[in-house]
Design a protein around this ligand. Structure first.
Ligand code: CP
Length: 312
């Protein structure tokens, strides 16, 4: 593939290839010397039109550890504020001959559109409610390390499914890898027709969590509930917040995940989130750097294989 825009176009064997390479980078990142030359001579530009802590920091770190020249565009200070469009901004940066653009944008489809206009490789770092492919890949690596496999697991994804690109990318990936997926949440936050994606839908959290191996919690994304129904945090926590009592319905060795940022006391109990016997939330962050290094290495291999006049 020339770009990494979503999980949708990836085959299961391609997902395994990324995870296997990321596994090597987990060991590399835990070692003493965390510098390589895999991306030496390549220029990576990070364009985040929406806030980020984990994704932006890990893409920057990943690029630097691989020897790329990394530039973070401060989008708040860019000419976007003067009315320049996304495409004109992308074409302007494209003329500076980057090799890799990492883009986050609040609108679904914006990153795909941008990828059609530039000569370099593009990675989707999250577009609206559409996809967040590197999040699903880092979640998959975390699950595979904790459970020893990435197939035939019972996995619950809980909370605000309707507004979540993390849920969408995870559903696509976990379904391709032949897992049984349960979606748990209030009907108001469940997309209609989602069963077509091969998932089971639950309103009752305790029933939905019965015997699952993995519990993936999602943030209540109020910023995307434009004028729609916003549940009260107290009521939401009572019915859908994960605490030790609800987790007891899952398998005894079930792991707890959250992509971050967390709303403690809204979708997850703070003590449970910090319980290293159950929670793999910090492992997810660690896997994020490794998965992004792997994804960038694989795109760079394709990039170097293309004749430079095609890239011009
Ligand atoms: N999980 C995730 O995408 O976090 P950030 O918004 O902090 O990048």
């Amino acid at each position: 593939h020339r770009h990494l825009l979503g999980i949708e176009p990836l085959r299961p064997d391609e997902i395994v290839t990324i995870l296997d390479l990321a596994e090597q980078y987990v060991r590399f990142n835990r070692g003493r010397d965390r510098h390589s030359q895999v991306l030496a001579g390549l220029t990576q530009i990070n364009m985040f039109f929406e806030n980020s802590t984990r994704t932006q920091a890990s893409f920057e770190l990943a690029g630097k550890r691989l020897g790329a020249d990394v530039m973070n565009m401060a989008m708040q200070a860019s000419s976007i504020k003067k009315g320049e469009t996304l495409i004109d901004t992308a074409l302007t940066l494209n003329a500076m001959r980057p090799d890799l653009l990492v883009v986050r944008h609040p609108q679904s489809g914006a990153v795909d559109l941008l990828a059609q206009k530039v000569n370099c490789a593009v990675i989707n770092a999250g577009d609206g409610r559409h996809e967040h492919p590197t999040q699903a890949l880092l979640d998959a690596l975390t699950i595979r390390r904790a459970k020893g496999r990435l197939h035939r697991l019972n996995i619950a994804i809980c909370g605000d499914i309707a507004h979540s690109r993390v849920a969408r990318s995870n559903i696509l990936l976990l379904h391709k890898m032949e897992n049984r997926i349960r979606l748990i949440g209030p009907p108001t936050l469940m997309p209609t027709g989602i069963e077509a994606f091969g998932v089971e839908v639950y309103d009752d959290m305790r029933k939905g969590l019965e015997d699952v191996d993995v519990v993936m919690m999602l943030r209540l994304q109020k910023e995307r509930m434009d004028g729609g129904f916003i549940p009260s945090e107290r009521e939401y926590y009572h019915r859908y917040g994960l605490d030790a009592e609800k987790l007891a319905c899952a398998a005894p060795d079930a792991i707890v995940m959250h992509p971050g940022p967390m709303n403690r006391g809204v979708e997850i109990d703070g003590t449970l989130a910090d319980d290293i016997n159950r929670s793999v939330i910090q492992d997810q962050v660690e896997m994020g750097v490794a998965v992004r290094m792997a994804a960038m290495e694989l795109l760079a291999r394709n990039l170097r294989a293309r004749p430079s006049e095609v890239r011009a």
